[in-house]
Design a protein around this ligand. Structure first.
Ligand code: COA
Length: 391
């Protein structure tokens, strides 16, 4: 039985800051951000968007009533969730009106959480063939103003509907995963900003890719020539290239050219959104599928997931017949077209905005946020969400 990705939804907040403007304000050569790091625009989440609302907005676009009935498991990968106890999945389950006979959980391992969710979903569907699983990856990447990580921030969410007989991609069974205790990136519970040893995280990402790729080749007997494209977790768009290029010389020049060219296409959306942590790999996959219109059905796509701390996994999928008919290309291009640029000063003010932590009541102005699902306020330490389409 084939199990895999049936639908893919994506959401990014309606605000962004231009990386050239940010570089100029920080006294940095703009080429460092646009070429050295590979980012053009960085999504900025207003206070009315958090991990919950972004995920709900990403999913609400793709689910029809039949999906809402069939989903019996919601798995929410995030490292910027809103509660240490209650899962973000429960909020999304309610906001989308899903079947109450469902499980809803949150999964954490830095940027790897959604991948763990997909593998759990696959096992669940193998045992329950009629069910569908909603896997979410949603985060706001925050390193802090004036830090070296600032240029690699961003915000957004990806929603993946996993089912039997999927319309977009069947996931293959062979996969290789690897864990090692590394302090390359972490966020203590008292901090709303991440700490990173940037150089170490680059090195570990590259080393993890090389380890899982070598093991994958040994287990599967496949090599680069068997892949149409390799997609990567992209904390910034140069990162995957830094892992791929050193090992590409094991294949022919034609294959190298194909993989390099498809890699470039797979960075398109990420370059304009920034780092979305758990969703980044799947945003990259979406860039490739939606922006390369001659990818053939039956093509094999590689996916490298990396979550600092650290866990890495390499796994693969096969594109299904007519997969393009099931993508939301028009909606996603409208989402990009309708975003609004903010100045660096506006971005800094939004970045510093906080919600009360003393139980005080606050009502937020959701009219300024065009998203369907927003955070409307906080009352007695409880977040109040609104789905505008419910009236
Ligand atoms: N023109 C073109 N390229 C330039 C440049 C210029 N004027 N100035 C610098 N660069 C290049 C550098 O050569 C470097 O490229 P390389 O990595 O291929 O060598 C790149 O821009 C980044 O420069 P660097 O000096 O390393 O930047 P930095 O010290 O500010 O740190 C990160 C960059 C990514 C490490 C930092 O943003 C970070 O810590 N991010 C968060 C952690 C992260 O994303 N980790 C990734 C793994 S999950």
């Amino acid at each position: 039985m084939k199990i895999g990705i049936d639908k893919i939804g994506f959401y990014a907040p309606h605000l962004y800051v231009d990386m050239i403007e940010l570089a100029e304000k920080r006294g940095v050569d703009p080429d460092k951000f646009t070429i050295g790091i590979g980012q053009d625009k960085m999504a900025v989440a207003p206070i009315t968007q958090d991990a919950v609302t972004m995920a709900a907005n990403a999913a609400s676009d793709i689910l029809d009533d039949a999906d809402k009935q069939a989903i019996d498991f919601v798995i929410f990968g995030t490292e910027t969730g809103v509660d240490s106890s209650k899962s973000a999945a429960v909020y999304v389950h309610e906001l989308l009106g899903l079947n109450p006979y469902a499980r809803a959980i949150e999964v954490k391992q830095a940027c790897y959480g959604a991948t763990a969710g997909i593998q759990m979903a696959k096992a669940h569907i193998a045992m329950n063939t009629d069910s569908k699983v909603l896997v979410l990856g949603s985060d706001i990447a925050r390193y802090g103003l004036h830090t070296s990580g600032e240029a690699t921030q961003g915000a957004g969410a990806v929603a993946l509907l996993i089912s039997a007989d999927p319309h977009i991609m069947a996931l293959e069974d062979q996969s290789v995963y690897f864990t090692a205790d590394v302090m390359d990136f972490w966020r203590p519970v008292y901090s709303d900003k991440a700490f990173a040893d940037g150089k170490l995280s680059n090195e570990q990402y590259i080393a993890f890719f090389s380890k899982v790729w070598e093991q994958y080749k040994a287990k599967s007997g496949l090599g680069f020539e068997d892949f149409e494209a390799m997609t990567f977790h992209l904390p910034y768009t140069k990162m995957g290239k830094k892992a791929l290029n050193p090992v590409l010389d094991e294949t022919t020049e034609d294959v190298q050219e194909r993989l390099k060219s498809n890699y470039q296409i797979s960075t398109g959306y990420n370059r304009n959104v920034g780092n979305i942590y758990t969703g980044s790999l799947y945003l990259s996959l979406l860039s490739l599928l939606e922006q390369k219109d001659d990818l053939q059905a039956s093509a094999r796509i590689g996916m490298f997931s990396y979550g600092s701390g650290a866990v890495g996994e390499f796994f693969t999928g096969i594109l299904q017949n007519d997969y393009r008919n099931y993508l939301c290309i028009k909606q996603h291009s409208a989402l990009f077209a309708s975003r609004r640029e903010v100045t660096v000063e506006e971005y800094e003010a939004i970045f510093e905005e906080t919600l009360p932590t003393d139980g005080a009541r606050v009502e937020l102005d959701v009219k300024n946020d065009p998203a369907e699902i927003c955070l409307a306020g906080v009352t007695a330490h409880k977040r109040q969400y609104v789905n505008k389409s419910n009236g």
